[in-house]
Design a protein. Structure first.
Length: 275
């Protein structure tokens, strides 16, 4: 596959970055994953807005909109990718290891697309999740590549025979390992408010807008593990998970233990939106 690394188009087998890259040494980088439906990027503008905010917050000098021609060219060069994902990562760049932020003018840019064959199991039958204490930092709203605790939570879930981990800080439920989380209580969607404890997901945003048009009330407020366990329905949202129902958490059935009617309405509306 042809990938883009620092201004060059390369075969993925020959694409490399420096061992001194700040992403490698300090996870000093932000990234985005964008879904490709029917050969087009879904909500690319919202992903790029979020990425630019992350770059600015971390004082990485890069304008992500400059990469739009690269994103388009990637689709031209990889025409077999009709359904897939774009990965873009921008790090501060290459410098000898030192904790202070070097004033680098050349960020390291890696962009590629890859095809995806969706597995509908969770969308259709619902997944199983397990609670994992959220030990991540207080800037989860920035999409940095520092995802080790997300990876460890996912692994913990897999080892427990589950599909995903649901993070909680004390009693408060935040999000999942790579998705946001909604519960349905008496017909109302409830999701953790944006802020330092969750990533402000693009899919979360799309789902809130869809719910509004469907006349489904949405509350963005904190809720507890007990609230989740006594909810009528539970679903996760994310670029790759889309709208994923979850029907069991730590062996407890959520609602009836089957994919619920509100989740199905949201899934259907989301599918129409993505085409
Ligand atoms: N993850 N929360 C976390 C921790 C995430 O990593 C993601 C996305 C989301 C959902 O955000 P969005 O709807 O914008 O994809 C929430 C991506 C897909 C990943 O790391 O692969």
């Amino acid at each position: 596959m042809i990938v883009y690394v620092n201004g060059q188009w390369l075969d993925d087998s020959s694409a490399t970055v420096s061992f001194q890259d700040r992403a490698f040494v300090f996870a000093d980088a932000v990234y985005e994953v964008v879904h490709i439906y029917n050969g087009s990027y879904f909500k690319l503008d919202l992903h790029l807005d979020r990425m630019q905010k992350g770059l600015d917050k971390l004082r990485i000098q890069s304008q992500v909109n400059d990469l739009i021609p690269v994103f388009n060219e990637l689709l031209n060069r990889n025409p077999e990718v009709k359904r897939g994902s774009l990965y873009v990562q921008i790090s501060r760049g290459e410098a000898p290891r030192a904790h202070g932020l070097p004033k680098l003018k050349e960020p390291t840019v890696v962009v590629y697309v890859r095809p995806l064959t969706p597995d509908p199991r969770i969308w259709e039958q619902g997944g199983r999740a397990t609670f994992v204490e959220d030990l991540r930092w207080q800037m989860c709203n920035i999409k940095t590549t520092g995802l080790l605790l997300n990876c460890m939570a996912k692994e913990e879930a897999l080892e427990r025979g589950c599909d995903d981990a649901i993070f909680h800080r004390g009693e408060i439920v935040t999000e999942a390992s790579a998705s946001n989380l909604f519960i349905v209580k008496k017909g109302t969607l409830v999701t953790h408010p944006t802020g330092p404890w969750i990533l402000p997901g693009i899919t979360r945003h799309v789902v809130i807008e869809l719910a509004k048009t469907l006349g489904i009330p949405v509350k963005e407020e904190q809720f507890t593990k007990d609230d989740l366990l006594s909810a009528d329905e539970l679903f996760l949202t994310g670029t790759m998970s889309e709208v994923s129902p979850y029907v069991e958490v730590d062996g407890n059935k959520i609602g009836t233990g089957e994919v619920g009617p509100v989740t199905k309405r949201i899934q259907e509306a989301f599918r129409k939106e993505t085409g």
